[in-house]
Design a protein. Structure first.
Length: 206
């Protein structure tokens, strides 16, 4: 269902260009939920979130990637989800422009690889500008890229894990081997809350 939103775009502040698309469906392990996509026809801003029909509170999921089949485990990342590969000290926190997605563990690993490649391009520019420290950073990123590429191919099994932490409970790793935990208030305080909610209650969307 698509509807117009009578609010200025949070990104470009243009009036009358926001659209809201909502769709209810069911995802294994995640359950019945409404997928909400807010988009702006003026600047191209697009933000997706997944609102479960039942409030779940702050949750984390952790999956030790020990089998090839774990790479295919479904991942739902809501716009407030922080994604980590703790053994490599990697973390993607939501930021203010974050959008949710549905993928699998392999897809999330590939997203980390894309970010690392982007950082490597940035650092190569710094090296060309004569920054010597950047050389060491580039070497570190190269090692991370190698490790993640091996992981995506089903190597390094048992060495690495994927974690997703969400103060709103809108994110999951859907696999029987994933460990689900409730986050304490202190743990939630340390997380980036993600973009400010514009329309975030499932009651508002019918
Ligand atoms: Zn806009």
């Amino acid at each position: 269902m698509e509807s117009d939103v009578d609010l200025p775009c949070p990104t470009c502040k243009n009036e009358g260009s926001l659209k809201l698309l909502s769709m209810s469906s069911e995802i294994p392990y995640f359950g019945e939920h409404t997928q909400i996509t807010l988009s702006c026809e003026h600047c191209g801003m697009r933000q997706t979130d997944f609102i479960p029909s039942e409030e779940r509170g702050a949750l984390s999921f952790s999956l030790s990637i020990g089998k090839v089949e774990h790479l295919q485990a479904r991942v739902v990342r809501g716009s407030s989800g922080t994604v980590r590969i703790p053994e490599l000290d990697l973390e993607v926190s939501p930021g203010t422009q974050s959008t949710g997605y549905v993928s699998n563990v392999e897809g999330v690993v590939n997203r980390f690889i894309d970010i690392i490649r982007m950082m490597m391009r940035q650092i190569r520019t710094e090296i060309e500008d004569g920054n010597d420290e950047a050389e060491q950073n580039l070497a570190k990123l190269f090692q991370l890229e190698m490790a993640l590429m091996a992981l995506a191919k089903g190597e390094l099994l048992g060495d690495l894990s994927l974690e997703i932490l969400d103060p709103k409970g809108h994110s999951i790793i859907g696999h029987d081997d994933a460990v689900k935990k409730e986050l304490s208030a202190d743990e939630v305080d340390l997380l980036d809350p993600g973009p400010a909610p514009i329309i975030m209650s499932s009651e508002d969307v019918e």
